[in-house]
Write a protein that binds this ligand. Structure first.
Ligand code: ADP
Ligand code: ASP
Ligand code: MG
Length: 448
């Protein structure tokens, strides 16, 4: 069996949905389609929640009206039956009913937010399943909340692997045996008690990988709007090329360091079961895309450049660090206490520098760190990472890397213990030129 995940742009218009139907049909019997919300819908629902937080009931209702209209137009374009329109109206009405009371309470909990955010995938999956059926493709709709069991960390729910496996055996596999295709929503799940959760933005890729692992699928296909994983984000490097094969480690590293093409956790369930992950272009299905596999022979070539904007660097200087044990632990304890993940870390005899991208607790973190040493904060930074297996064995890459960037002021430098990446911190204003120079040096000449 195969899992085919379609992202927001891949289901963003009636024509795109028709294209998805062709791809699922061609995949043969026993295909599970995991779909995202229609493009822009999760953003609109996020805005709805933001307006509610600001006490703007009318604004939130107007935003939800636009979401409803978007789905109504899709149903009309696809010529779907009244039952689909009723399901959509009922689903939206339920959310509409919650808005005034929640807004008046002035406390939109992460739990309430997830219930609202889940609307996008609840609707898109049902509409697409109904379209398949209307086109004579024997398909069933499965509410993802019946199989994607998670804990109650709303907004970034953690999967319950055993729960998912049991639900996949009990509910998904019997449907796959009876129908040619099953359609479910990505990104959303539920606690064992049935409370709706979400896996975090971009989480549909993760849903697909979790379901693929639980079902023992032959392959997990991620269908998106570009030709696979490329040497860099084609939005800033139009000359980027598709990377035909990557290892799990390389793909995970790329995703963690900002390549939005895959949700960072997608690779782990696939690794656990050794399932190949394939990234393909919905709008050019004849192209091979990228295969992510456990081993890539002796392919030591560099694979890609990833980057992240909006990074904050904190430097902590203290003489107490000299020869002291426990200092680093105390520093990391501060970040743990404020539930803020740290990305890059560098240390010297008397200082430690760390990067974070979540600045929600920056003031409190700085105040706590000030008790350990002298703290300085740099905002508006970016991380650029060069990724490829066995980097340390390839002589001269570091020298070429820094020589290419000689005109750019490089802050922190970190070489991953995984030997798969070199990352640096630079000013955000230098990002495009740094990435352009590196891409030209390592990928344009065909030398990589
Ligand atoms: P989907 O809605 O299908 O999940 P996303 O927008 O989440 O799609 O991810 C696809 C986008 O990721 C591409 O349009 C591209 O701009 C961006 N991207 C960033 N880095 C890369 C990369 N290395 N290779 C391919 N795409 C990338
Ligand atoms: N619809 C969700 C988002 O936009 C999940 C996804 O598309 O992967 O974040
Ligand atoms: Mg995505």
């Amino acid at each position: 069996m195969r899992i085919l995940k379609f992202g927001g742009t891949s289901v963003g218009t009636a024509d795109a949905v028709r294209q998805v139907e062709r791809i699922v049909r061609d995949a043969g019997p026993g295909a599970l389609a995991v779909v995202s919300a229609f493009s822009g819908v999760t953003n609109a629902l996020t805005r709805t929640i933001e307006l509610m937080r600001r006490g703007d009931t009318a604004g939130a209702l107007a935003e939800l009206d636009r979401v409803e209209e978007r789905h109504r137009a899709m149903i009309a374009d696809l010529g779907l039956p009244a039952a689909t329109a009723c399901f959509t109206a009922d689903t939206i009405d339920r959310i509409r009913g919650l808005i005034p009371a929640l807004t008046a309470l002035g406390d939109i909990t992460p739990r309430a937010a997830d219930t609202i955010l889940a609307t996008g995938e609840t609707l898109s999956s049902r509409i697409i399943a109904d379209h398949f059926t209307a086109r004579g493709l024997d398909a069933a709709h499965l509410d993802a909340r019946e199989v994607l069991v998670t804990d109650a960390s709303f907004g970034a729910a953690q999967p319950d692997t055993a729960g998912i496996e049991a639900a996949v055996r009990g509910k998904l596999l019997p449907l796959l045996a009876r129908y040619r295709a099953v359609v479910t929503g990505g990104y959303i799940g539920a606690t064992p008690q049935g409370v709706t959760t979400t896996l975090g933005r971009g989480g549909s890729d993760y849903s697909a990988a979790l379901l693929a692992a639980a079902a023992g699928a032959d392959e997990c296909q991620i269908w998106t709007d570009v030709d696979g994983i490329m040497t860099c984000d084609p939005r800033i490097i139009p000359a980027a090329r598709t990377v035909p094969r990557l290892t799990y480690d390389e793909a995970a590293e790329l995703a963690f360091f900002g390549a939005k093409v895959l949700h960072p956790l997608t690779i782990f369930p696939a690794v656990r079961k050794g399932i190949p992950v394939v990234i393909r272009n919905t709008f050019a299905p004849d192209r091979p895309g990228t295969r992510v596999v456990a081993q890539n022979g002796n392919d030591r070539r560099l694979k890609a450049i990833a980057f992240q904007r909006g990074i904050t660097v904190l430097h902590i200087r203290s003489n107490r660090m000299l020869g002291a044990y426990g200092f680093l632990a105390a520093v990391f304890d501060v970040f743990r206490g404020h539930r803020t993940p740290v990305d890059l870390v560098t240390t010297s005899e008397v200082s430690i520098s760390v990067t974070i991208d979540d600045t929600a607790h920056l003031d409190a973190i700085t105040a706590d760190l000030a008790r350990l040493g002298e703290v300085s904060v740099e905002q508006g930074r970016a991380i650029v990472s060069l990724i490829g297996d066995g980097m340390r064995e390839t002589a001269g890459i570091g020298a070429r890397f820094f020589n290419t960037l000689r005109a750019i002021n490089v802050g922190m430098v970190s070489v991953g213990a995984s030997e798969v990446n070199i990352s640096i911190v630079i000013a955000e204003k230098d990002l495009e030129s740094a990435v352009g120079l590196l891409h030209h040096e390592f990928f344009d000449g065909g030398s990589a």
